[in-house]
Design a protein around this ligand. Structure first.
Ligand code: MN
Ligand code: MN
Length: 309
């Protein structure tokens, strides 16, 4: 039988060490279809740090989630063998060393035939995840939920931080720009030339006004039209409005509601998804009730359900 979350009628939801949805924790990936893995690293942040504490808090808040998704009509744990594979141990003193540790662990997961669902960590961690997955699956499509484009070139002369990784991913050939869509983009920019890189590489932006004016269903159609072939989902929690997700380092007003976020992720069902992540949850800035971490845990559950084919 597949791994199952601890039964909440026999073990109270608030008992035992927190794993994702109270699944077994294991380092052994044999027979695992989907591996939950935390990346507690935030050395790539540019403003408020703290996303290193995201994995623990998201696991904690995932304890409440029940196991059947009545909207996707799926019981994911009956269909997939899911395990919580614990955390990467990224050295906090060097982003290159952290990248190597992340790449190695995601590579192990991919080589074992499992699909990773990663919980960060700041958004810079997505680059080594993409390196490991592109090595196995080839060039990837990408759907990015975010307020920010994250395709800037450098920061203080550094090529790696949480605003540059998708430029690096294109440069390194990990992601196909024509199969790459960014959803929820908004907020002040540096200039119109911020989008030159998009034009050069065929990257599509669905900004927040388009999502709000044309609706969730249209946005899902756009994503499905663009993100063909093996693909990855990256979900920066700041794509959601800070009214719903205040616990993050670089908040931007006027974003997705939590309901829109859940429905958009639900709309990924049936894509050839090789993995995904949820990043930038910074619990020390979270609101009452840990609402940001609760949302992140539910985004992970919807994504897990979308992986069932
Ligand atoms: Mn962002
Ligand atoms: Mn981002």
């Amino acid at each position: 039988m597949n791994n199952q979350p601890r039964p909440s009628f026999k073990s109270p939801r608030f008992a035992q060490p927190a794993t994702f949805m109270r699944l077994p924790h294991t380092d052994d990936l044999a027979g695992v279809d989907v591996a939950i893995v935390g990346v507690p690293y935030d050395g790539g942040t540019s403003y408020r740090p703290g996303a290193r504490l995201g994995p623990r808090e998201v696991r904690h808040q995932s304890s409440l989630i029940r196991t059947y998704n009545s909207f996707q009509k799926v019981a994911p744990f009956d269909r997939l063998n899911v395990a919580d594979a614990g955390d990467v141990d990224p050295p906090p003193v060097s982003i290159e060393k952290a990248y190597d540790a992340i790449d190695a662990r995601i590579g192990q997961i991919a080589d074992a035939g499992a699909r990773p669902i990663v919980v960060g960590g700041d958004h810079s961690i997505t680059l080594p995840v993409l390196r490991a997955l592109a090595r196995r699956h080839g060039q990837l499509g990408l759907v990015q939920f975010d307020a920010h484009i994250d395709t800037w070139d450098e920061y203080f002369g550094g090529k790696y931080f949480h605003g540059t990784m998708f430029r690096r991913a294109i440069e390194e050939g990990l992601v196909d720009g024509r199969r790459f869509v960014q959803v929820g983009i908004r907020g002040p920019m540096y200039g119109e030339d911020d989008f030159d890189f998009h034009r050069e590489h065929g990257i599509t932006v669905v900004d927040i006004d388009q999502v709000k004016d044309r609706g969730v269903a249209w946005t899902i159609d756009e994503i499905r039209r663009i993100v063909t072939g093996p693909a990855y989902m990256t979900f920066d929690i700041d794509g959601v409005d800070p009214a719903f997700a205040p616990g993050t380092g670089t908040p931007e007003v006027g974003g997705l509601t939590s309901h829109e976020a859940i429905r958009l992720v639900r709309g990924l069902r049936g894509l050839s998804l090789v993995g995904g992540d949820i990043v930038e949850v910074a619990p020390l800035f979270d609101g009452p009730g840990q609402i940001t971490a609760v949302l992140a845990a539910n985004v992970m559950f919807e994504f897990l359900c979308a992986l069932v084919r």
